[in-house]
Write a protein that binds this ligand. Structure first.
Ligand code: NI
Length: 215
């Protein structure tokens, strides 16, 4: 996208309702791989977009939001997870607090062959969750919002969040790789499948815990 059209689009979105309305599954913007961010917005406009995305993330509430989910086709996402879950659940899922951060041009590669399968949802697919296998540990590469190089390893829930948000930037939704027999309403996940691991759900719904799918 040309810089001028992109800045106009972002200005238009930022001038609209707050918190930013979220794009839902069915909108092609969620299915197009995003172009890399090369500074087109300038620091001040980027900061305003990031603040608006964080506000939308808190309002949802959620733990990650990719730019296409607010209608902006850019390789940019925000993540933040206070990890307020029971200790047993946190332990089983590797769910540790992930302080707010901005992912610019993120990409990831698996580290080792560890995998973890848990219920996962998406703000663009409200009301539903499904068991999704993710790499247990990843190497995240990209930049932060000031262009500083990021190259680090993440495990557990933070690794899951980063994989989910980075996949958004490639036009992939978690449902593309989820075990569809596990698909449950959020209500059912809360009432039936809130155990630390999805083994009971697997038995009752008739699926085997999925492995990471190549993509
Ligand atoms: Ni999502």
């Amino acid at each position: 996208m040309q810089a001028i059209a992109l800045t106009e689009l972002v200005d238009e979105i930022l001038a609209g309702p707050a918190p930013l309305p979220l794009v839902r599954a069915g909108d092609p913007v969620l299915r197009r791989p995003t172009p890399r961010y090369e500074g087109e917005l300038g620091d001040e406009r980027l900061d305003r977009l990031v603040r608006a995305m964080r506000e939308a993330l808190h309002a949802a509430p959620g733990v990650g939001l990719a730019a296409p989910q607010v209608g902006v086709p850019l390789r940019l996402a925000v993540v933040e997870d206070p990890a307020e879950v029971p200790p047993e659940t946190a332990e089983a899922r590797g769910r540790v607090p992930l302080p707010f951060r901005v992912l610019v041009n993120p990409s990831y590669t698996p580290v080792g062959d560890g995998a973890a399968a848990f219920f996962e949802g998406c703000l663009s697919v409200p009301g539903w969750q499904a068991v999704t296998a993710r790499h247990g540990t990843i190497r995240l590469r990209g930049q932060d919002e000031r262009g500083n190089t990021v190259d680090e390893e993440l495990s557990g829930w933070p690794a899951r969040i980063v994989q989910h948000e980075t996949d958004h930037l490639d036009g992939t939704l978690y449902l593309d790789i989820a075990e569809t027999r596990s698909l449950s309403t959020t209500q059912d996940v809360l009432e039936r499948w809130a155990q630390p691991t999805p083994e009971l759900a697997a038995r009752e719904l008739g699926f085997t815990l999925p492995r990471v799918r190549a993509r």
